[in-house]
Design a protein around this ligand. Structure first.
Ligand code: TRP
Length: 453
């Protein structure tokens, strides 16, 4: 029956695995969402809670995903079918498919904006503009019916191209090139920001906690963001785990990816806040922090032209290596389970998700009055995926490993059939069984507004 398993690709090296998985985790979530969430939730105090969420929930959920994927050697739907035959667990995989469509639809739109901003930086379009004009430029661009679509198509084409090229020749190859480049760029931006006169206000904001600014809602935001930032809850790490060799150490990989993702988020904060404070610019919330506040910062900064260009290239690279991971979850499922050639599956799925992105993009302008449950199409997809599906997915994934797979199967997977020590295992099991599911449930009930805080 298993001719397909002979053809199954595998990441070629440890560096390739880490680059691909960290490439998925490090994205718009780190460089665009994390800084403004930190700004809105009281700075350092939010960061401390976020770090606790990463350690307590992020790590066990990620390890659970890797365990499922590598044990089953299948895509996210079939993994559950192989490990729990005849049981409804595979529905968790289907939920992942739905999340993938929803997230990539709006993610591709924002990623497209980063390409426009690379061009704006290249052509020095911010020069001589007032802060109001820079803000109006952003508003005018995202509400234009055609221009953002053009960039969204280009971005989705690039993501589709990498997935079309395969797991080793696509995902692994491009991640190994793009991730070091991303790290280099962010280090340059950090040095620039920290060495600005007056940077200390921003550094203090990031590292000196003021717990009076942290609300209960801030706590829950931190947990939700941990999920989004680590790419958890929809099967990315299940799918990537299925390409990991049986010789690799899953516990170490989990730790390395988590540390890389967290470090890049903190470094993004360090590149942004010291610069914002140094020029006494009032940071705006949400999408504006990166697309409005930062161009204003770059206008005042010595060497701003080149740093602006570097920043938006950084953002585009981060978005690309994340987008491909979402696409791969669906392509792996459709090509394996429906026996469609990978190339064909890639074209069909990329096109379908791009189409779903069109109303997302238009909801910033001509469709801004079309509301579903009081939300624009863009906000609806964002809310339903991040606040409902991912969280439910993570909940069931940890329950599956801790309660259904059984102690032994999971232990055999993390110890490579007993050949590796894993002294952390009892702690992992305890957290995966009790702590993580309870904490996740609290976030979920809050997300739906069932528990008000
Ligand atoms: N983690 C990515 C970011 O921080 C986004 C992302 C990629 C994602 N794959 C995911 C989010 C799967 C949730 C689920 O931008």
């Amino acid at each position: 029956m298993e001719t397909s398993s002979q053809k199954r690709e595998q990441f070629g090296s440890r560096l390739g695995i880490i680059a691909a998985a960290a490439g998925s985790a490090i994205g718009l979530g780190n460089i665009w969402r994390f800084p403004f969430m930190t700004g809105e939730n009281g700075g350092a105090a939010f960061i401390i809670v976020y770090l606790i969420c990463i350690a307590l929930i992020g790590i066990p959920v990620m390890l659970s995903e890797f365990i499922i994927g590598r044990r089953a050697q299948k895509n996210v739907v079939s993994s559950f079918k192989v490990l729990a035959p005849g049981k409804p667990w595979f529905l968790v995989g289907w939920m992942g498919m739905i999340s993938a469509f929803m997230i990539l639809a709006f993610y591709g739109v924002v990623a497209g904006w980063t390409l426009e901003y690379i061009l704006k930086s290249l052509t020095n379009s911010f020069a001589g503009k007032t802060p109001q004009e820079v803000g109006a430029m952003f508003g005018g661009f995202i509400s234009n019916p055609l221009r953002p679509l053009f960039w969204q198509f280009i971005f989705m084409f690039l993501a589709g191209w990498i997935i079309y090229s395969g797991v080793t020749k696509g995902i692994e190859r491009y991640s190994k090139i793009l991730m070091p480049l991303l790290i280099l760029i962010i280090i340059i931006l950090d040095i620039r920001a920290i060495t600005l006169p007056g940077a200390s206000g921003g550094i203090e904001f990031l590292f000196k906690p003021d717990f009076s600014k942290l609300t209960a809602l801030g706590f829950l935001n931190a947990l939700g963001h941990a999920f989004f930032s680590l790419s958890l809850g929809m099967g990315v790490m299940i799918t990537y785990g299925s390409y990991v060799s049986k010789k690799e150490h899953l516990g170490n990989a989990t730790l390395q990816v988590t540390i890389a993702d967290t470090a890049i988020a903190l470094m993004a904060g360090l590149a942004i806040f010291p610069a914002v404070f140094a020029f006494s610019i009032k940071p705006s919330a949400g999408p504006g922090l990166v697309f409005v506040t930062l161009p204003n910062v770059f206008l005042k900064m010595p060497g701003g032209y080149i740093f602006s260009l570097l920043f938006f290239v950084l953002l585009a690279i981060a978005a690309l290596t994340s987008a491909i991971s979402i696409l791969e979850v669906v392509v792996a499922y459709v090509s394996e389970d429906f026996k469609i050639a990978r190339h064909k599956a890639t074209i069909i799925i990329t096109a379908a998700i791009t189409l779903l992105g069109i109303p997302c993009s238009l909801s910033m302008g001509v469709m801004s009055n079309v509301k579903f449950f009081g939300k624009t199409f863009f906000d609806l997809l964002d809310f339903a995926s991040s606040n409902v599906l991912l969280i439910l997915g993570g909940f069931f994934i940890t329950l599956f490993v801790a309660w259904h797979m059984g102690k032994d199967a999971a232990r055999r997977e993390v110890t490579n059939e007993g050949s590796l020590p894993a002294r952390y295992y009892p702690y992992f099991l305890f957290v995966a069984k009790y702590i993580a599911p309870v904490a996740i449930l609290i976030v979920f009930l809050h997300g739906l507004g069932i528990v008000k805080v």
